[in-house]
Design a protein around this ligand. Structure first.
Ligand SMILES: N[C@@H](CCC(=O)N[C@@H](CS)C(=O)NCC(=O)O)C(=O)O
Length: 219
């Protein structure tokens, strides 16, 4: 099986983390090829000629691009183990809605919280806390977004837990003070091996993001 599944990967990418989590949930063996985005491989350019971005899942020689699409593909192909999307169409729509919310709000706003300074950073921090509170409201008292089982929205959001230390340190706030239930949810997710082995250490991520920030500032 391993020779049939390749992931064009990058340790620090929250989008690649989603795919690593989904593959681990399903117990699928695969080959991870770490990309250097400053020198993209010919394979990446061939497999994702439109966006030229990781992650790309190559299954039996054919590429699937865009992390949420890849996670849904994995869930459909390996449907017998650990379903990620719920079975009812309405529940599936809700899970996709929240995953889309994460894509539209958390990545770009979070990037400004660790990557910007001054008023831009302050505004982004307020917006991000607002988004986290909305997500916390949706979570309510459930263990996971979809209810009792770890699922699609959890996979979409949990990679950003690896940013928490960087967000808090750069913008001087406490996520646990603002959103205790969201942090409890993140810790619950981290108890799963699929998640803990797919997310890097938060301090390692902080150091990486600060290097990236220096590069942005130098431009
Ligand atoms: N919407 C894409 C986003 C993927 C993405 O932004 N990948 C970044 C790494 S985190 C990338 O490959 N950047 C290289 C580039 O844009 O040239 C997904 O969900 O897969």
């Amino acid at each position: 099986m391993a020779d049939e599944i390749i992931l064009l990967d990058l340790w620090s990418s929250p989008f690649a983390m989603r795919v690593r989590i989904a593959l681990a949930e399903k117990g699928i063996d695969y080959e991870s090829k770490e990309e250097d985005l400053s020198n993209k491989s010919p394979l990446l350019l061939k497999m994702n000629p439109v966006h030229k971005q990781i992650p790309v899942l190559i299954h039996k020689g054919k590429p699937v691009c865009e992390s949420l699409i890849i996670v849904q593909y994995i869930d459909e192909v390996w449907k017998d183990k650990s379903p990620l999307l719920p079975s009812h169409p309405y529940d599936r729509a809700i899970a996709r809605f929240w995953a889309d919310f994460v894509d539209k709000k958390i990545y770009n706003t979070g990037k400004l919280v660790w990557g910007a300074t001054g008023e831009v950073q302050e505004a982004a921090k307020k917006e991000l806390i607002g988004c986290f509170k909305i997500l916390e409201g949706e979570l309510g008292d459930k263990p996971y977004f979809g209810g009792e089982r770890f699922g699609f929205t959890d996979v979409a959001l949990i990679p950003f837990y690896s940013w928490f230390y960087a967000l808090e340190t750069c913008a001087n706030f406490s996520i646990i003070a603002e959103c205790p239930k969201l942090v409890a949810w993140a810790k619950r997710c981290m108890e799963r091996e699929s998640v803990s082995k797919s997310l890097p250490d938060q301090y390692k991520m902080y150091c990486f993001l600060m290097e990236l920030k220096k590069k942005f500032e130098g431009k």
